[in-house]
Design a protein around this ligand. Structure first.
Ligand SMILES: Nc1ncnc2c1ncn2[C@@H]1O[C@H](COP(=O)(O)OP(=O)(O)OP(=O)(O)O)[C@@H](O)[C@H]1O
Ligand SMILES: [Mg+2]
Length: 478
């Protein structure tokens, strides 16, 4: 079992509902599973009802540790890693590179209004092809290539080097153990981006050099509607910088804490989008390893974007590294057994559980060691108020038995998608974002509106300082 000394990352933004306070008959959530109503209005107009009376604060901690003999210690086989280019992304919908290079605009994006937020079509999928119905429906071709987890061979395009001078650094959007994410504005095209800044000394001190290089490499290799786009990276003598799309709608974490817990169809919608993203990553032999609501961002229409590839890694076979967030760790990680993609399916189970119940199944007074013990014990309580199909899926995901865990069986991700809980999900439409999200974030001030993100004390250290760069050789891809 890992010791506390292994812990590296802190989860500090948690306002947690004490499991014992959660009354099945009096949900703390302001959203109710009424399929005919707009969740948007329920969520945005009743913010004062959102905090559970008996909320307690605790810290969720993310850990990372290379075990001796870990395969993570080897240089990973990577298609993109050997390239010396430092710009990586291809244009995706609603996205533009920070230099005024124009990607081919995809039809039906900016300026095409989404339908009113509703989960109706999740429950009753539209039967037509949707032509003229949703803007998103016209975006089919690019995303269709990735349906059913088929990995595409993305051609990487170099668009030139970025530097700090290309951006005005604006407010902080989020902080993590290894760095801080800023809203920035390109001086070239005036568009907004998110730049993750990691202090090299901190990365080295926390033995995260390989994970950080992997983060950059894995992000450079993926292109999927539910994954963040990395446009490029650069470094100065002190810091590493990763230029990503700014995802305006905030963290799913914030929405979940405001709501207490999600109604069945709402949890199902987010779980389904995550399932497609995992399916895609796994088809590329990438395990994600840090699934949690803090790393799930909502775009302006309410669709998910998974960010934070800090633990993502190409693992065709097995790996041993202890990393992730304690609440979300699979037992095979905790017990130092080799593991593979199976851990992401376990984490999906924890995520669905947290969305439906408002707390994680193994949470225990915030102590990682107690959480680990609970995970190894493996007893999960299922209060009666979730749908039986949901409970059945949870039991099949949150299981120690790897020969029974859904996603890890012969049918792979298809087994998860075919589970009765997802019966009404039309996967191809979902992959085209042709199913309306249950909640549209109130991003009212247009581009650059960061109102959905918590405020953080700003960084006092000025970026871009000169000086001797003694660690740069460890991050040559940046
Ligand atoms: N592209 C983005 N657009 C908007 N906000 C973002 C973006 N990427 C990250 N963030 C915000 O910054 C936070 C921290 O980013 P990230 O998770 O990548 O850092 P981290 O150091 O790995 O964090 P942690 O250690 O807490 O997992 C995210 O939880 C999110 O709120
Ligand atoms: Mg994170």
């Amino acid at each position: 079992m890992p010791t506390l000394g292994f812990l590296k990352k802190k989860r500090t933004r948690e306002e947690k509902t004490d499991p014992s306070s959660s009354q099945p008959t009096s949900p703390v959530t302001p959203i109710t599973p009424t399929i005919s109503q707009s969740f948007d209005s329920q969520l945005t107009h009743t913010p004062t009802q959102t905090t559970a009376a008996s909320s307690v604060s605790h810290t969720r901690t993310t850990s990372s540790q290379n075990h001796p003999g870990s395969q993570d210690a080897k240089a990973p086989a990577s298609a993109g890693g050997s390239q010396s280019m430092n710009t990586v992304a291809q244009p995706q919908q609603q996205q533009q590179p920070p230099f005024g290079i124009q990607p081919t605009p995809s039809p039906g994006q900016v300026g095409t209004p989404q339908s009113l937020p509703s989960i109706n079509n999740l429950i009753h999928p539209p039967q037509t092809d949707g032509a003229g119905h949703h803007g998103a429906s016209q975006q089919a071709p690019p995303q269709n290539q990735q349906q059913h987890g088929q990995a595409t061979s993305d051609t990487r395009v170099t668009k030139g080097k970025y530097s700090l001078n290309d951006f005005d650094i604006l407010r902080t959007l989020g902080t993590g153990s290894f760095g801080r994410v800023h809203l920035v504005q390109s001086k070239h095209n005036q568009r907004f981006y998110a730049v993750k800044v990691l202090k090299k000394a901190q990365v080295v001190k926390m033995k995260q050099v390989e994970h950080t290089n992997d983060e950059r490499r894995m992000l450079g290799e993926v292109k999927h509607p539910f994954l963040i786009t990395l446009w490029g990276t650069f470094q100065d003598s002190k810091n590493l910088y990763m230029v990503m799309d700014f995802v305006e709608g905030g963290e799913l974490f914030s929405l979940l804490r405001k709501s207490g817990r999600f109604p069945n169809p709402v949890a199902k919608f987010y779980a389904a989008e995550v399932t497609l993203a995992l399916e895609y990553l796994h088809a590329k032999h990438i395990i994600y390893r840090d699934l949690k609501p803090e790393n799930l961002l909502l775009d302006r229409h309410g669709h998910l974007k998974i960010t934070d590839f800090g633990f993502a890694k190409r693992v065709p076979d097995k790996t041993w590294t202890l990393c992730g967030t304690p609440d979300y760790l699979a037992p095979e990680v905790v017990s130092n057994k080799g593991y593979n993609k199976s851990v992401d399916w376990w984490s999906l189970g924890i995520l669905i559980y947290e969305m439906l119940y408002g707390y994680t199944p193994f949470w225990d007074s915030g102590s990682p060691m107690k959480i680990y013990e609970n995970i190894l014990r493996g007893k999960v309580k299922y209060p009666q108020y979730v749908h039986p199909d949901a409970q059945d899926l949870l039991e099949r995901l949150i299981t120690h038995d790897l020969t029974k865990r859904l996603g890890n069986l012969y049918g792979g991700s298809q087994d998860v998608k075919n589970h009765p809980w997802f019966a009404e999900v039309t996967w191809d439409r979902l992959s085209r974002k042709d199913i309306d999200a249950p909640y549209t974030p109130p991003v009212k001030a247009g581009a650059g509106d960061a109102s959905q993100f918590d405020r953080y004390p700003e960084e006092t250290e000025k970026y871009g300082q000169g000086g001797h760069d003694e660690l740069g050789h460890m991050f040559v891809d940046f």
